[in-house]
Design a protein around this ligand. Structure first.
Ligand code: 0L1
Ligand code: MG
Length: 262
């Protein structure tokens, strides 16, 4: 199903929907799809996301990067879209490698394996010749914790954009100088669940996520700054995050772990 591109909601409506999602996250309770109540176009969804993330900044959180979603062709086909989605990462979402994560912060967390890139310089979105790959200096194995604020992860394409693409937390393993990733084997385990896959599930090669990000950042005016982290997208389906160790290993890149505390 294609989404509408027009802005249809006024500022008060945008604010009210952002508050609804913000209160779901801070109060650790789910909410129903916004699309049940409003006709939500993609431009309005990104406006809600901006207000939602702005409320985090008002609470003292800093923007530290971006994340991509729907980077697998299977997920795009499932959602009936051909575009990736972009969400924002804040410092409060970052957990150190090997660290602990209080699961009471989340509604129904899932975890997924990711490739992280680090930007070494600001990206000039208005320069048509900019080479996004040359703006990256490091790559790392990573995991993202997604925690849709929608009941049972039931959402539309525009719902999930408004909800900052389900972003909840992330952990990054050892950085190493950037190098081609391509098709590397991936293993993720959390509690009794495990999954295997390949980094090629991310747009055939995670480097393509950088180009998709540049395109989306230009269209949505999302700044890309030196030091920013880029989560390129999930290499497998997400699995439930439960108490105990969650670990991800990516051949040739290394291992990253986090411990869920119930
Ligand atoms: O990080 C992502 O892959 C985006 C996830 C959005 C959809 C979901 O919550 O499953
Ligand atoms: Mg993700």
């Amino acid at each position: 199903m294609a989404s509408k591109a027009s802005k249809t909601l006024n500022g008060n409506e945008i604010e009210a929907l952002a508050i609804r999602l913000d209160e779901a996250q801070t109060g650790v309770h789910d909410t129903l799809s916004l699309a049940d109540d409003v006709d939500l176009g993609i431009d309005d969804a990104y406006r809600i996301q901006e207000v939602l993330v702005g409320r985090r900044q008002e609470r003292g959180e800093s923007l530290v990067g971006v994340k991509l979603g729907f980077t697998s062709k299977a997920k795009m086909a499932q959602m009936g879209v051909s575009d990736v989605i972009v969400g924002r990462l804040t410092d409060a979402m970052c957990v150190e490698d090997g660290g602990e994560l209080d699961l009471h912060r989340f509604i129904h967390p899932k975890i997924e394996p990711e490739i992280a890139y680090r930007l070494s310089q600001d990206v000039d979105l208005d320069d048509p010749t900019v080479d996004i790959e040359s703006c990256v200096d490091a790559v790392a194995p990573a995991m993202e914790i997604i925690d849709s604020r929608y009941r049972d992860f039931r959402f539309t394409y525009t719902d999930v954009v408004a909800d900052n693409t389900s972003a909840a937390a992330y952990v990054i393993g050892p950085w190493r100088p950037v190098r081609p990733v391509g098709d590397l084997a991936v293993r993720l385990a959390a509690g009794d669940a495990s999954v295997t896959g390949s980094t090629a599930a991310i747009l055939d090669d995670p480097v393509n996520a950088l180009h998709a990000l540049l395109d989306m950042s230009r269209r949505r005016r999302i700044p890309l700054r030196a030091g920013d982290v880029v989560l390129a997208g999930a290499a497998t389906a997400a699995i439930p995050l439960t108490a105990g160790l969650a670990e991800c290993e990516i051949d040739g890149l290394g291992r990253v772990t986090v411990k869920g505390i119930a």
